[in-house]
Design a protein around this ligand. Structure first.
Ligand SMILES: NC(=O)c1ccc[n+]([C@@H]2O[C@H](COP(=O)([O-])OP(=O)(O)OC[C@H]3O[C@@H](n4cnc5c(N)ncnc54)[C@H](OP(=O)(O)O)[C@@H]3O)[C@@H](O)[C@H]2O)c1
Length: 337
């Protein structure tokens, strides 16, 4: 299987280094020629999973790949907006049965499938955590895996063959309920990551701040109601996506607190990745996370005022109108959330 990885940042670089080191046929696409030049000298990954080094056979910007250089799989490891923007320039590089495989948080795969058809796209997400120390040097932060599945659900030979092709390089798991897995992660991105980023705190820290618990509960419950109301049953990942008391519409009490503690045990002390985007003055993926939930809920006449307020506030932080601060939590409740 001939693979092109597009976006050699934290995740793409880690996957590329491990795949090349394991002897997989992988080429790389960067956004700039300056990045490509650095990577031609080689990639190194360390951290969980051990050290691996590799020199890629071909690194170039997308535009420098020619139509005759065909790939069976194009793994999109850019941010969500860049994946959507770059995809039209990539489809001519696919073999007749070649596939795009986005692994961003949120619903990039569904958006690409709406544009290019489900025959051209498989869905995915990453539970693998990675950081980029500098271009060409990456650190794997956990023993996580990549997930792959059909957007229509069910088993599939083509996703099995992709998992098989990367065996020995990266832990790739298949799922028959990809939409459910994407939503399970989306629920936590909407609550743990985004709210923490706005408050400038980890989840454990923001939950004890004024408004923290309420904003979490309302953002999570709205997003879960949108998933269920639009026909998706979120899949259990590490923590049950259904909070105790959900069926009785009463997500409070001792069992609920125990469920929150389970989430805290896994995600409570992580610095939100969106907070890093704020600090680096980079565009966030909010429109693919809370913004997507707010739009989908509105389209189906479901209440999404907290997710809509969160989306507006993240854009205000991106624009520099306000800054991440614990005060944002109380403001969210007061500002129509
Ligand atoms: N890192 C993690 O641990 C992790 C875990 C789970 C999910 N994710 C998701 O995975 C995605 C990637 O995350 P990341 O942390 O790896 O981001 P990242 O470090 O910012 O890497 C993205 C890379 O894509 C490149 N890029 C942007 N546009 C491109 C284009 N048109 N052609 C080629 N390359 C392009 C960027 O280059 P420039 O820097 O030159 O713009 C950058 O190197 C995000 O959706 C994120 O939410 C990440």
């Amino acid at each position: 299987m001939r693979i092109l990885i597009v976006g050699i940042g934290a995740l793409g670089g880690t996957i590329a280094a491990r795949a090349l080191n394991a002897g997989v046929d992988v080429c790389l696409a960067t956004r700039t020629e300056a990045s490509a030049k650095i990577l031609r000298a080689g990639l190194k990954v360390s951290g969980v999973g051990g050290e691996a080094r590799a020199v890629p056979p071909r690194v170039a910007v997308i535009e420098d790949y020619e139509s005759r250089e065909k790939f069976d799989l194009i793994l999109l490891a850019t941010k969500a907006h860049d994946a959507l923007e770059s995809a039209p320039a990539l489809t001519h590089l696919l073999t007749p049965r070649g596939l795009l495989w986005p692994i961003q948080n949120g619903v990039v795969a569904q958006m690409l499938a709406a544009r290019f058809g489900r025959g051209r796209v498989v869905g995915g997400l990453s539970n693998l955590g990675a950081t980029m120390v500098e271009p060409g040097v990456y650190e794997q932060r956990n023993a996580g895996h990549l997930l792959i599945g059909e957007l229509a659900g069910g088993p599939s030979e083509r996703v099995e063959s992709i998992a098989q092709a990367l065996k020995g390089a990266i832990d790739v798991r298949t799922t028959a309920n990809l939409r459910g897995a994407i939503w399970a992660k989306l629920l936590l991105n909407c609550s743990v990551t985004t709210i923490g980023a706005m408050a400038g705190r980890t989840m454990r820290q923001y939950l004890i701040l004024p408004g923290g618990g309420e904003v979490f509960r309302r953002a999570y419950d709205e997003a879960l109601a949108v998933a269920l109301g639009t026909g998706t049953q979120p899949e259990r990942m590490i923590v049950d996506p259904m909070p105790p008391g959900w069926k009785e519409r009463r997500t409070t009490g001792k069992d609920y607190d125990g469920w929150i503690n389970q989430i805290l045990g896994v995600y409570g002390d992580l610095k939100p990745s969106m907070l890093q985007d704020f600090e680096r003055v980079r565009r966030t993926e909010i429109d693919f996370i809370n913004g997507y939930v707010a739009q989908l809920g509105a389209d189906h006449a479901l209440p999404v005022s907290m997710n809509a307020a969160i989306t507006r506030m993240v854009h205000a932080i991106e624009n520099g109108a306000v800054h991440p601060n614990p005060a944002r939590l109380v403001e969210l409740i007061g500002n129509g959330g």
